[in-house]
Write a protein that binds this ligand. Structure first.
Ligand code: IVH
Length: 679
């Protein structure tokens, strides 16, 4: 064949395969047999091998995966990937409508679109001139991870638009948001097969989707039965539809899979009735869902309403009531956490709750078990809270046989045998042994985690291996790990080892506040750690501080002060600090300029809660301080502002009770930009 003929034949094959792929995976209307499809793909592969110069980035042959990544690059999203507030029933939905109506002209009664809330992983897909060029996870909403190679293997992700000649043409730039998920049946089958092979089973479809998309080897992702449903146009330079309803149709016309169960309602009451009617229907969906998403249809109204914190005002999640089932409490085992807390775990007879098999659930502490009179062997009522975390609610005493046994908290730590302790007035039982291996794994996991020392490539797996091999006996040992000992371990190898050691080395330069947060002192999270770092400038000075000196620090009260003193009183912990210092980790810092009492926020007291759309907590706190404000850890009458982001919890409730002013990130930016108060 002449070169140009080869090129044309390859283009024809690609086009045909894209079209048949769409017919099979998106339109659910195959036009040729599997054997015919395979023959097309084989011919294309052979030509690509013989003529790599004509290979194309959108080739369907790339769906089989095979690229192996070292790590995932970061991708900044063109727009923040917002999350949603929740409505638990009609009253919440009406309250939401009240809130948006106040912001719209009195005569506007917006139409609403209702979509099933697919339980999977958000993905952001980028197309240039109709070719799929990049795909990212949601990450923190601003920056996600580049999982392009893995997304290419998902059969229903269009690699090229239009999928067939004469079809709708994509604008030059297009970014689409959707959900990658696994079907209910595929999930059950996958877990059954894994179990039969003695391999890892996933707790729920969302974990499955996340775990599968974050595989470094794309061939593994290719073997997973993942699917896509698209629901949002994130950005484009072309003409866009005017409403969500039209956008869904437009996405479908472009070749994206769009959920078949979307609905457009004319007003709120119509939509409320529709949502109520879903309670019995959810299990009829081919995928797992914990609710519906209700959105204002008009993009113009959406833009007018904007967002508060991390949630748009124009959309809300309607949550289905959690399903309850009865199963047997076969046993109670003990997990030892990072701070040594012994967590009882219910071992349950596997049972399906809301479409997912539940095998275990935390029982929190001894009091939780005794207050509910839960006995081993009992039939118990189980629910999935928020449809993810399983909860044991209560026993069914009528079903007792007399064989049930009361639970007794062990008097020795199940991991190391040390006698356990329970502090007065506290519900938790602890293992006081600072070198308990189970505790150590958790502590190391926490120490290296993103909010602490942020060591890339180091997670619980690595922590388990290093602790088990005796390479890490406390967190200071992390800094004496060397290549000779790591490389031979399973799953490491030269490249990974070198990357890990480089990441560990870089962590030596983390600021004092991070080191302090990483130590795992009870109650010392990032905000308190920053305040302590500013106040004391070194671990040595902090170790020597008495309760009075500690309590002067914003956000530190008597309990926290006692935790800090107790932590430094341990000879083991002091030796860890000394060895961190020897290893070159930041244990002291030059005094930072104290708040000057000037600046737009002079004298104002702030508390931060939840996840802000763009600012990390540390950065937000630093900017508040730089503007003369103070950041404290808990809400009180003295608090001037609560800066609330996504998943704000009890602090938000408290602030509302006390009438503390609430601001979101945009509100904070406005305060920071304001002129300093006169005088
Ligand atoms: S809209 C600003 N629509 O639910 C728009 N989200 O907490 C926000 N989700 O992270 C999202 N199905 O991953 C929207 N039809 C749907 C959805 C959906 C699933 C997920 C999404 C998001 C979470 C909301």
């Amino acid at each position: 064949m002449a070169r140009s003929a080869v090129d044309r034949q390859m283009a024809r094959l690609r086009e045909a395969i894209h079209r048949h792929n769409h017919a099979y995976h998106v339109a659910d209307a195959p036009q040729i047999s599997d054997a015919e499809f395979d023959a097309l793909l084989r011919e294309l592969r052979e030509l690509e091998e013989a003529h790599p110069e004509f290979a194309s980035i959108d080739s369907p042959s790339r769906r089989v995966g095979g690229t192996v990544a070292e790590r995932f690059e970061k991708v900044r999203h063109p727009e923040p990937m917002l999350s949603l507030g929740n409505a638990f029933g009609g009253a919440d939905l009406r309250a939401w409508a009240e809130r948006y109506r106040k912001l719209l002209p009195a005569d506007v009664r917006p139409a609403l679109v209702v979509e099933p809330k697919i339980d999977g992983l958000t993905v952001v897909l980028h197309y240039h001139d109709g070719v799929f060029v990049r795909g990212a996870t949601r990450g923190d909403g601003l920056v996600g991870e580049d999982v392009t190679d893995n997304l290419r293997t998902v059969a229903s992700v269009p690699l090229r638009i239009p999928v067939q000649p004469g079809g709708v043409v994509a604008p030059p730039q297009l970014v689409v948001r959707g959900e990658v998920y696994i079907g209910r049946d595929d999930f059950a089958r996958f877990n059954d097969e894994q179990e039969a092979r003695g391999e890892r089973v996933y707790a729920n479809p969302r974990n499955f989707a996340a775990g599968s998309l974050r595989q470094l080897d794309s061939a593994i992702t290719a073997a997973r039965p993942l699917r896509l449903l698209a629901y949002q146009i994130v950005a484009t330079d072309g003409a866009v539809p005017a409403t969500q309803w039209e956008a869904l149709g437009w996405l479908r016309d472009l070749g994206f899979p769009v959920c078949a169960d979307n609905y457009r309602g004319t007003d709120l009451e119509d939509v409320a009735t529709y949502c109520e009617g879903w309670a019995g229907r959810r299990l009829g969906l081919p995928f797992d869902t914990d609710g519906l998403v209700v959105k204002i249809d008009s993009f113009e109204l959406q833009a007018r309403l904007g967002a508060v914190g991390n949630a748009p005002r124009w959309a809300i999640a309607w949550k289905f009531p959690a399903e309850e089932v009865v199963t047997r409490l076969c046993g109670i085992t003990i997990n030892v956490g990072r701070t040594g807390v012994l967590k009882p775990l219910a071992e349950l007879e596997p049972v399906e709750v809301g479409g997912v098999v539940v095998r275990s659930a935390t029982l929190h502490n001894q009091d939780y078990i005794h207050e509910r009179d839960l006995r081993i062997g009992d039939r118990v009522v189980v629910r999935r809270a928020g449809e993810v975390i399983p909860q044991v609610l209560r026993p069914v005493p009528e079903l007792r046989t007399g064989e049930e046994r009361a639970f007794v908290m062990p008097v020795q730590c199940p991991a190391c045998g040390e006698g356990v302790a329970r502090h007065e007035g506290e519900v938790d039982t602890y293992c006081p042994n600072g070198s308990c291996p189970a505790q150590l794994v958790r502590l190391v996991e926490y120490f290296v985690s993103r909010s602490a020392m942020d060591i890339d490539g180091f997670g619980i797996r690595q922590a388990e291996i290093f602790v088990e091999q005796g390479l890490v006996r406390d967190v200071a040992d992390i800094f004496s790990l060397d290549a000779a000992r790591i490389e031979p371990l399973e799953g490491f190898g030269p490249k990974r080892t070198a990357n890990l050691l480089a990441a560990i080395d870089a962590a030596r330069r983390q600021p004092l506040a991070r080191v302090l947060a990483a130590l795992g002192i009870r109650g010392v999270g990032t905000v308190v750690a920053s305040a302590l770092a500013v106040a004391f400038c070194s671990l040595e000075a902090l170790a020597g501080a008495d309760a009075e000196a500690l309590c002067v620090v914003p956000g530190v009260g008597p309990t926290l002060a006692a935790n800090v003193s107790e932590w430094f009183a341990s000879a083991h912990n002091r030796s860890v600090v000394a060895r961190l210092a020897t290893a070159g980790v930041t244990v002291q810092e030059a005094a930072r300029e104290q708040s000057s009492g000037v600046g737009p926020l002079a004298g104002k007291v702030f508390v931060l809660t939840g996840t802000l759309p763009t600012l990390s907590r540390e950065v937000a706190a630093e900017r508040i301080r730089a503007a003369g404000g103070r950041v404290t850890a808990s809400v009180s009458r003295k608090t001037d502002y609560l800066v609330a982001g996504e998943a704000a919890g009890s602090k938000l409730t408290k602030a509302e009770e006390l009438g503390v002013r609430l601001v979101d990130e945009a509100g904070l930016e406005a305060l920071l930009a304001a002129k300093p108060p006169a005088g």
